[in-house]
Design a protein around this ligand. Sequence first.
Ligand code: UDP
Ligand code: MG
Length: 331
Amino acid sequence: MPPCLSIVVPMHNESQNVQAFYDRVAGVLDGLGETWEIVCVNDGSRDDTLAQLTELHGRDPRVKVIDLSRNFGKEIALTAGLDHATGDAVIPIDADLQDPPELIPELLAKWREGYEVVNATRRSRQGETWVKKATANAFYRALEKMTSIRIPRNTGDFRLISRPAMDALRRLPERNRFMKGLFAWVGFRQATVYFDRHPRHAGVTTWNYWRLWNLALDGITSFSSLPLRIWSYLGAGIALCAFFYASFLILRTLFFGIDLPGYASIMVTILFIGGIQLIGLGVLGEYLGRIFEEVKQRPMYLIRESHGIGASVTDGGTDVAGLDAARAPVR
Ligand code: UDP
Ligand code: MG
């Protein structure tokens, strides 16, 4: 019998958080009176996260462990966990306790009301600088302008996804996984629950501005083709200006003869047009690179070993999945 509730947690160098995470989440889950599992994905940690997880699995077989063959990044690690979660309701959550597990009963209550996806939206962002808040805001605003999909603001991966929505999500095969966007794309009846986000329990975040910038680029390129189309209009605009300017130059030459000096204007024009063209090429490159990633059709992740996955909940046996392509077939 699959458990009612699956918690999915990607972990990268979280050795200081594993025990605290388990204690707090298991405490909340045990209070619910439902069957549950915690699917932990070890995303190429360099500390003893994996050892702690296997030890936990030995003590409590409801903790399942997937060990990826290397660091694949949070979004892919989460995908691996979601692929192997078997619950009727699935809740992705961060290992650093920034998403309060105490909110789980509230998510569950909304689900019982009949909502298929319950988003957990942060009311406040504690422990974050104003620069991060401002950039996050600007990003959400830009994304909203560029795509027709409503991606809820200030909502991370913490949410409840019911089985039907989960099965729909698993049919999205892209390797470029901008999870918040994908969650929004599948639609279904969605509800929102609000909470206050706390600073990390322990350890340091692996996100810096460069990684956030790249996440933002992933988000925009996978959900909008506006940056590609804009160039036709810009090009048309510049060509129109050039046409009028050229007509003016021809007429002026016809009536007033040749006026040679013009070095400055030629240089400015060449540099300006050259710069514009390079930006256009860069945008093309962003999309082309992502198309290349997709057409290679590599498996999204590789599993080195797993514990409790695929085995029945009661036996808790250790099964080694080996180095085989991990993505379960898409239905
Ligand atoms: N994480 C991961 N792989 C990575 C980076 C992070 O699985 O390459 C996990 C990490 O262990 C944590 C979650 O993703 O459970 C969120 O990471 P973090 O707290 O560093 O991000 P932030 O809260 O700053 O967005
Ligand atoms: Mg965090």
